[in-house]
Design a binder for this molecule. Structure first.
Ligand SMILES: [Zn+2]
Length: 841
């Protein structure tokens, strides 16, 4: 549902593209706006830590009202969060969020940059963040962006002065920005980028507070704002028929995997930015005061400005092509500018405006969206000049030696279609996000190619250069090869043209749990990147595990098709966690990657290649009780995980919760945030408590205090808090070492808390009545012990357990200890219940 809603929003917006992939064909109003931006020589860089941190109201205001070149530097790609629209997590979520940021920037007019920092999950303090990130590398990437983008103004989203008050990534982004502000002008700091881009001193740095930095709206209203600049970001743009905050809402609504689809706002709205550093403001209203943002800013710019300002003043909305001779004159003058930065930036903008004014349509579409190295694809090339300006197509070339001479005068509004073959190089690397090619660390992506660092996505390898003479002035336009197609129920569609390997493979299950030493079959899916694929698959496995047979043949007739082969895995005799990975042999070539497709309407199609592997876990596990009811909350994979270890799990809808139904189960597990997301659950509390009284067990996973729909969360009083332990390796102390939960049927030891991922747990209760026994104690560095992660109380004949431990994160990663502890939670008291049942018979 969400997907079709946002598509409608984008279609009705002022933007001329119907989907993320469709090429832009700008109206004369958009050409005029580009011209206004061409005539403004100033830039703003907004800096924060994650996708969605950015204030799109301010980015849109700077881009559309001030007309500044505006960028957003997000230190991370947001890999650590949760995904509300699909199964992708971690690096794949980072790929989606990268594209959502690009989609947001296409709407608010900004540009997007990143560093190599990885969003490793929640961090309480910048000290921790900067020790997990390679601080020097991230700082060097921030400095690189300052030197290449050359912002006059930097705006931080977060306050560098309040470490510990927000996510450590947030404060770190502000601290690194402050440091980079000075460093980027020092040639001795990170000399490689100083050499490449030159040093740069931004003029001033601001902090953009929201009311939440002050705790409440009232506090913010009362706060001293003498050092703050006041901007009305609610301005209306009659030329677009939209308010600035409407554009901002459209932009931030691209963050769909974070559930950011939101209502637009209109009308005057004040935003504040606090002056922190740099040249003080002479004019309290203008962040660019003291900076010449006209063409006079650059040597030789005056004559260019004279031409281009005249074009802007006399702009012909009915026929922008009349301006091409003047634009070409400015284009030639711009070639002689000494300043490399302005020459590069303004030539790019001006070239694009000339293209738009001439109504040029240049497109290269392949007859396939996927090709493999060595393949020959057929290109359909469309060339069209929709103006009466003389345009000569001299040649079509590419960087790989293609050179097709044309020397053709393009008659007005006449389509020229060419069909040309394109050979994909034999050694061509497949398409994949550049930051995922090599294995990085917990905190950093590894990118050895320095020219890629900071880029939002991998540049397209296959593009064609159209070498034109426009009014005798030579200009080259480069267009990536794309794939254009249509669907009867969707119309014209575009998707990127990508290079894939001839074979890829994946094991269908990512985590395979063996709770006994019984062998299990695994399915391997082999995908053909080309026709007539023949070879075999073998499974790489740890030495104390066995796999049969040794090889399986694959033979696939058609490109894009898949074949499934099955192997039998015999687990290790002892508890172990390890990996198995398929290897496809085609002739002398080995393929070890899995091809992942990411397909959503609001972003372009993404192809990602990752090492193909699945975790295998041999569990030493005993359990009591068989039938589990699961009540879904915000969504977790706990039911699937419990099925993997042999439980019968049935998901119950709130309306299915009756005394009779509950009597069928040994235990009820509540999904994460069940009392936050399922309002009707509060009316079922008595039934659930009665179930416990009669001998059932309830395991309630974490809830937050915000929007908690239950007066009595548990049978005995419990008070939730925001206590969390984010260090997944934090020491776990046993408060009740003799308790059944730690001893039966599985003996829990420190080892069971090894290998946990992302965090220990969150939203632990901070207070509870004396009926509860706290089982574990843990805390992050420098904090007081948190004892509420696992609470258990006897209630009638059964047990009520409340836990903020992150089982929902550990299960999908195959963490043995998490399974063993959970089995104890489900098993508690079950022996006695069985005994009593027998005695009653
Ligand atoms: Zn954030």
């Amino acid at each position: 549902m969400l997907r079709s809603t946002i598509l409608t929003l984008v279609t009705i917006s002022f933007l001329s593209f119907a989907s993320a992939q469709h090429p832009k064909t700008p109206s004369s109003i958009e050409i005029y706006e580009s011209l206004q931006k061409l005539n403004f020589l100033g830039s703003v860089l907004y800096i924060a830590a994650h996708p969605d941190d950015e204030n799109t109201r301010l980015i849109s205001y700077m881009s559309n009202k001030v007309k500044a070149r505006t960028g957003y530097l997000s230190l991370t790609r947001g890999d650590g969060g949760q995904n509300l629209i699909g199964p992708e997590l971690r690096e794949l979520l980072g790929v989606i969020r990268t594209q959502e940021l690009l989609a947001a920037r296409r709407i608010d007019g900004g540009e997007q940059f990143f560093t190599r920092a990885n969003d490793f999950g929640y961090s309480k303090h910048p000290d921790e963040t900067l020790s997990i990130w390679d601080k020097d590398q991230v700082l060097s990437d921030v400095v690189r962006t300052l030197r290449s983008f050359k912002p006059d103004i930097i705006i931080n989203r977060f306050d560098h002065r309040t470490p510990g008050s927000t996510h450590g990534h947030h404060t770190s982004s502000a601290m690194l920005s402050m440091e980079a502000f000075n460093l980027s002008n020092e040639a001795s700091a990170f000399p490689e980028t100083a050499k490449e881009w030159g040093v740069w001193q931004p003029k001033r740095l601001f902090f953009n507070p929201g009311w939440w930095f002050y705790g409440s709206q009232e506090n913010f209203e009362k706060a001293d704002k003498s050092n703050m600049l006041r901007l009305d970001i609610g301005v209306y743009y009659p030329i677009k028929g939209l308010s600035n905050n409407e554009i901002a809402a459209l932009a931030s609504s691209q963050h769909l995997c974070q559930g950011f689809g939101r209502l637009a706002q209109r009308g005057s709205q004040i935003e504040y930015i606090e002056f922190l550093k740099g040249d003080s403001l002479d004019d309290a209203k203008d962040i660019f005061s003291g900076i010449d943002t006209s063409w006079n800013r650059i040597q030789g710019g005056k004559a260019i400005g004279a031409i281009l300002n005249k074009v802007e003043q006399n702009f012909n909305f009915k026929d922008p092509s009349v301006h091409i001779p003047e634009l070409l004159q400015a284009y030639q003058l711009l070639q002689n500018i000494q300043d490399k930065h302005w020459k590069r930036q303004k030539l790019k903008e001006l070239k694009s405006i000339i293209e738009m004014c001439a109504g040029l349509y240049l497109e290269v579409s392949a007859d396939t969206y996927w090709a493999t190295p060595g393949e020959i694809v057929n290109l359909d090339i469309e060339v069209l000049n929709r103006s009466n300006v003389p345009v000569q197509l001299m040649s079509i070339t590419n960087s790989k030696g293609l050179d097709i001479a044309k020397d053709l005068a393009l008659a007005e509004n006449t389509t020229y279609l060419f069909h040309e073959p394109l050979k994909i190089a034999n050694q061509q690397n497949p398409t994949t996000p550049y930051w995922l090619i090599r294995k990085g660390s917990l905190g950093m992506y590894k990118v050895p190619e320095s020219d890629l660092i900071g880029l939002p996505e991998t540049p397209r390898v296959y593009e064609l250069h159209f070498n034109l003479l426009i009014n005798t002035v030579p200009i080259t336009y480069s267009k990536p090869v794309i794939y254009r197609y249509s669907k009867p129920d969707k119309g014209e569609l575009y998707r990127p043209f990508e290079i894939i390997p001839e074979a890829s493979a994946k094991i269908t299950e990512k985590v395979i749990i063996f709770e006994t030493d019984k062998p299990r079959d695994i399915s391997v899916l082999v995908k053909a990147g080309r026709d007539s694929l023949n070879g075999y698959v073998e499974i790489c496995h740890p030495s104390d595990w066995k796999v049969h047979p040794e090889k399986q043949r694959v033979s696939i007739a058609n490109k894009g098709e898949e074949q499934t082969v099955t192997f039998t895995v015999i687990p290790s005799k002892h508890q172990s966690e390890d990996y198995v990975s398929p290897i496809v042999h085609i002739g002398d070539n080995l393929y070890t990657k899995e091809l992942i497709e990411i397909d959503y309407n609001h972003i372009p199609f993404q192809t990602v290649l990752l090492p193909s592997e699945s975790k295998v876990v041999r569990l030493d596990l005993k359990k009591k009780g068989e039938n589990i009811a699961y009540i879904q909350g915000a969504g977790d994979v706990v039911p699937e995980s419990l099925k993997q270890i042999g439980y019968h799990v049935r998901t119950l809808k709130p309306e299915e919760i009756t005394a009779e139904t509950l009597s069928l189960f040994d235990a009820v597990v509540l999904g994460i945030r069940a009392y936050n997301t399922v309002e009707s659950l509060q009316y079922k509390q008595q039934l659930l408590f009665d179930f416990v009284a009669k001998g059932g067990n309830i395991i309630a996973q974490y809830n937050t205090t915000y929007e908690l729909h239950a007066n009595d969360l548990a049978p005995y009083p419990i008070k939730l808090s925001r206590d969390r332990v984010t260090n997944e390796n934090a020491e776990v102390r046993f408060l009740a070492p003799q308790h059944e939960l730690l001893n039966y049927p599985n003996k829990i030891t420190e080892q069971d808390f090894e290998g946990w991922t992302q965090e220990r747990g969150l939203y632990f209760p901070s207070d509870w009545s004396e009926e509860y026994t706290p089982i574990l104690s843990m805390n992050d560095k420098g904090e007081s012990p948190k004892d509420g992660s696992l609470l258990v109380a006897k209630y009638g004949k059964g047990y009520y357990i409340y836990t903020g431990l992150s089982f929902f994160r550990e299960f999908p990663e195959g963490v043995s200890g998490a399974y063993r502890l959970f089995a104890n939670m489900l098993s508690i008291g079950k022996d006695k219940v069985e005994l009593e049942a027998k005695m009653n018979d």
